[in-house]
Write a protein that binds this ligand. Sequence first.
Ligand code: PLP
Length: 436
Amino acid sequence: MSRLAIEGGEPVVTLPKPIWPQIGDEEIQAVIEALNQARNNWEYLCSAAGGGPTAEFEEKFARFMGAQYAMCTSGGGPALHIAVMACGVEAGDEVLVSPYTWGQTVSCILQQNAIPVFVDIDPLTYNMDPSKIEEKITSRTKAIVVVHLYGHPADMDPIIEIAHRYGLKVIEDCAQATGALYKGRRVGTLGDIGCFSIGDGKQIIGGEGGVLLTNDRDLFERANHYGQHPMRQRRQVANPELLHYMDSLIYTYRIHPLATVIAGAQLPHLDEWNTQRRQNHHRLSKGLEGVPGIRPVYEAPECEHVYHIYSPTFVPEEVEGISRETYVKALSAEGVPIGLGYVGVPIHLRPRLQERQYFYGKHCPWECGVASRDLYYHPGDCPVAEDRCTRTELSFGAGAAWRGDQSALVDQILSAFYKVSEHLDDLRRIEKATQG
Ligand SMILES: *Cc1c(COP(=O)(O)O)cnc(C)c1O
């Protein structure tokens, strides 16, 4: 039996990781054409008026997703902030959100001086657990921000049912899930507003950028009103109440048109690339079945996961005497692109939440007079998310790069897992030695 790489043996994974970003001739041609157009049409370089390639991409994106209105933004984060504003969330309002996510699913709430209230996650999908929502609703609850983390859709039907019953708006953070399907429908079209990212590492990329999607004309106009130049507002906002306030007191959250040109060249390939990502990751999942200490990623039967990040689960009970850290070190030494985790610390336990300090100085929104109750965040608030972060979370990076046929790489990665699982006693010895 060959020696573990962590002890000086040969690493199993020798194939290079897929390169990123993957820019094809179509994107390059499209950008060259766009720059040529820019010589006599400024809308190829500036999206203030919202026409040109920006409008073209918005229309294509909306049609692809099956929604009425799309509005590009400078990023997924700005799209979320605008969405929260458009939904009428104000200072001191409460918004339900998962603690197991990228920070910007939550910072959009804080940016509005509103108060995040955390709902624990489902242990299989890692997304908001619908059965834990109702107990968190108060008279101040305005909205739910739902993330489709890692590319796996959240269980939207019960979430939307509860939201309707309590009159709450639902905002979907689809930054990691462009093209993912829930019961045959695209995420981002299920709630009131969907927010996408076309930034680095996402399913399609413009370099930087985001898209806000909705079927609600009023929400679209409000989003426009907060996030776009008056030149564009004049074209797309009809509501007299909003027109009354139309001026330059806005956020510059608009996109660079060339980003829409790059992403626009990629959009027709989105499903094909997602299918490839799914096939590569399904091969990985299948191969990981039965590996001691590892539970492959779950994919609900009614969903199509698009694998932005592959985050399997460490099962300490199956590999007693071996820590997650040592297991990961051994795999990394073999060349497996795996780390301890993506979230690391659940959002409610991070310093800004623990110290109740987002806008420095006055402890807003918690202590500056806008909150209707005194809310603290404690360990134990969201036990499933906390347990995942501290004990069981694992993650592969850069799932978007797994386009094309990566089966040779996946097979090497699997061989590395099998090799390590044949050396569990060596890992126990290493573990003891590191404990001194
Ligand atoms: C990437 C990401 C965002 C932010 O998108 P940007 O385009 O980087 O602003 C928000 N939420 C999640 C879950 C993300 O992964």
